[in-house]
Ligand binder design. Structure first.
Ligand SMILES: NC(=O)c1ccc[n+]([C@@H]2O[C@H](COP(=O)([O-])OP(=O)(O)OC[C@H]3O[C@@H](n4cnc5c(N)ncnc54)[C@H](O)[C@@H]3O)[C@@H](O)[C@H]2O)c1
Length: 248
């Protein structure tokens, strides 16, 4: 028996990096998995290599598409137990340089996308007796990093959103646990893009590097723990996974 046997997971931004690894680990532990993304070729390739995994094209900013995705997940695998709101992107620039368009893009994808995901999934999870929602925040939502004010705002918002949605689910007796994960530097295409654009001497990147870079499976193992019965007494919290970068 795997640790999430018989469960069905929906992971946004699953074509790459952390989302793809979450899919591999949850599937290895017995879950059926739907991954969604806007990188359709890559998403389909990732899903093809994972047992009981389907790819659907989905921009997380699209509210109508969210209802279709949740309905298609139920149609394909019969239920929905785990939602990982993972899709994300970063645009660099200090408060003086970053455009309002780039600010809005990051907030819309990460904060609004997470709001829409919770809103779409909760009615189905209540029908199947409960579930686990895991929202991908970042240490950027906890500490100040001058090169990513909008990313940080979106990720800080995810922490607050997570808490309030968790309280709501508990008040309603829904048995849906809602938590956030705040990773530090993890080796993915997103961090490779950061090094390419900011250069190795960037202060924020140097601080992450000082604490060592984590691997996608470090985060996926935490997703698995929160999604499984092992995490049953944890809700409304944000767990940092950063080798101590935010501890002082
Ligand atoms: N890698 C890190 O060090 C790190 C640290 C903290 C938080 N995070 C967060 O983890 C999550 C995954 O990041 P990653 O490092 O794997 O990056 P990644 O770039 O490898 O993956 C992000 C995925 O999200 C998808 N995406 C972007 N916009 C989308 C949209 N509008 N709709 C649907 N999908 C969309 C991308 O196509 C991509 O496949 C992000 O939310 C990121 O902010 C990453």
């Amino acid at each position: 028996m795997g640790r999430v046997s018989g469960k069905v997971a929906l992971i946004t931004g699953g074509a790459s990096g952390l989302g793809a690894e979450d899919a591999r680990v949850l599937a290895r532990e017995g879950a059926s998995v739907v991954i969604t993304d806007i990188q359709d070729d890559l998403g389909a390739q990732v899903a093809a290599k994972i047992p009981n995994c389907k790819y659907f094209s989905h921009d997380v900013r699209d509210e109508r598409r969210w209802s279709e995705i949740v309905a298609d997940t139920i149609k394909t695998f019969g239920r929905l137990d785990i939602l990982v709101n993972n899709a994300g992107l970063v645009r660099f620039g200090t408060i003086e340089d970053l455009s309002y368009a780039d600010y809005k893009l990051q907030v819309e994808v990460m904060l609004n996308g997470t709001f829409l995901g919770c809103k779409a999934a909760i009615p189905y999870m209540t029908k199947s007796g409960g579930g686990a929602i895991i929202n991908m925040s970042s240490i950027g939502g906890i500490k100040g990093i001058s090169s990513i004010p909008a990313y940080a705002g979106a990720k800080g918002g995810i922490i607050a959103l997570t808490r309030s949605v968790a309280v709501h689910c508990q008040e309603k007796g829904y048995k849906i646990r809602v938590n956030a994960i705040a990773p530090g530097g993890i080796e993915t295409p997103m961090t490779a893009q950061a090094v390419a654009q900011l250069g190795p001497d960037d202060v924020g990147l140097a601080q992450s590097r000082d604490h060592g870079m984590g691997k996608p499976e470090d985060v996926a193992n935490l997703v698995l723990f929160l999604a499984s019965e092992e995490g049953r007494f944890i809700t409304g919290t944000t767990i940092t996974i950063d080798n101590g970068e935010t501890m002082k």
